[in-house]
Design a protein around this ligand. Structure first.
Ligand code: SF4
Ligand code: FES
Length: 273
């Protein structure tokens, strides 16, 4: 089949961008969307023109590198699908498609379809880690994790940091991403000692970046290729309230040991039972 692609071309962050229209022939239904761009780029390079820049790495929906708007929809609108996994069987011969980079103040365009998502990295740096010694792989099983908490952490940990949620949100808010990262670690026993600092740090960094605020549109969850639920934003808000006002939170119980966060009380201590 043949497609007409109207693609945003912008040489660098400070250049003026514009849409340029290209025809791509010999597209087959089992090609991915990125493979179509590969075909286009081979053609452009052969003609001595600059290829279209786009981010990619794994091409199997796990790294979060790829992503752009296809006809205004982040990742193209197939549920649970990144643009690298988007097969051309969802399109038809003669389709006219408009490709644009994520449009958000916090994600400035680097070139063509590539945006700078380092604001996400700064949110992670503000608390997306644990400092508990986890030991070697067999020792990981010595801390028992309730099934519900493990499932919650697993679901939240599925976020690949692609940025589609920000691109889809009318406010360009990063709440779904930040909520997923917080829920991942705040659900686990190993994440409890730094739960408050993590929540306060990541939310403050998110607020300090140029993201908007959540006003419950819910567009983020609709386009999320990992189907991160809106419910996690509620969890983040509860954790934020807890971190702000709740100085005497419940103890963490690990293998018969009650451990209180070191920063919380003057007499922070570890009690062996
Ligand atoms: S929450 Fe979903 S859309 Fe947002 S960065 Fe994570 S995977 Fe991408
Ligand atoms: S290239 Fe890795 S998620 Fe698409």
């Amino acid at each position: 089949m043949m497609l007409t692609l109207r693609i945003w071309r912008q040489q660098h962050a400070n250049a003026r961008g514009k849409f340029v229209t290209y025809q791509v022939k010999d597209v087959t239904p089992d090609m991915s969307f990125l493979e179509v761009l590969d075909v286009l780029n081979e053609d452009l390079t052969g003609r001595g023109e600059a290829p279209v820049a786009f981010d990619h790495d794994c091409r199997e929906g796990i790294c979060g590198s790829c992503g752009f708007l296809i006809n205004g929809v982040a990742h193209g609108g197939q549920p649970g699908t990144t643009v690298c996994q988007l097969a051309m069987r969802f399109f038809k011969d003669g389709d006219k498609l408009t490709l644009e980079p994520w449009r958000a103040r916090a994600f400035p365009v680097v070139r063509d379809l590539v945006v700078d998502r380092s604001a996400f990295d700064r949110i992670i740096q503000a608390g997306g880690f644990i400092s508990a010694p986890t030991g070697s792989a067999p020792e990981a099983s010595t801390i028992l994790i309730p099934k519900e908490a493990a499932d919650m952490a697993f679901d939240a940990g599925a976020c690949i940091g692609c940025g589609a949620c920000v691109a889809a949100c009318p406010n360009a808010a990063a709440m779904l991403f930040t909520a997923a990262k917080l829920t991942h670690l705040n659900s686990l026993p190993q994440g409890q000692p730094q739960r408050d600092e993590r929540t306060l740090g990541m939310v403050a960094t998110m607020t300090g970046e140029r993201f908007g605020s959540c006003t419950n549109y819910g567009e983020c969850a609709v386009v999320c290729p990992k189907q991160i639920p809106l419910e996690f934003i509620g969890r983040m808000n509860r954790d934020l309230l807890r971190a702000t006002v709740h100085r005497h939170r419940e103890p963490l119980v690990v293998s018969g040991m009650a451990q209180y966060p070191f920063h919380e009380d003057e007499d922070a201590h570890v009690v062996r039972r």
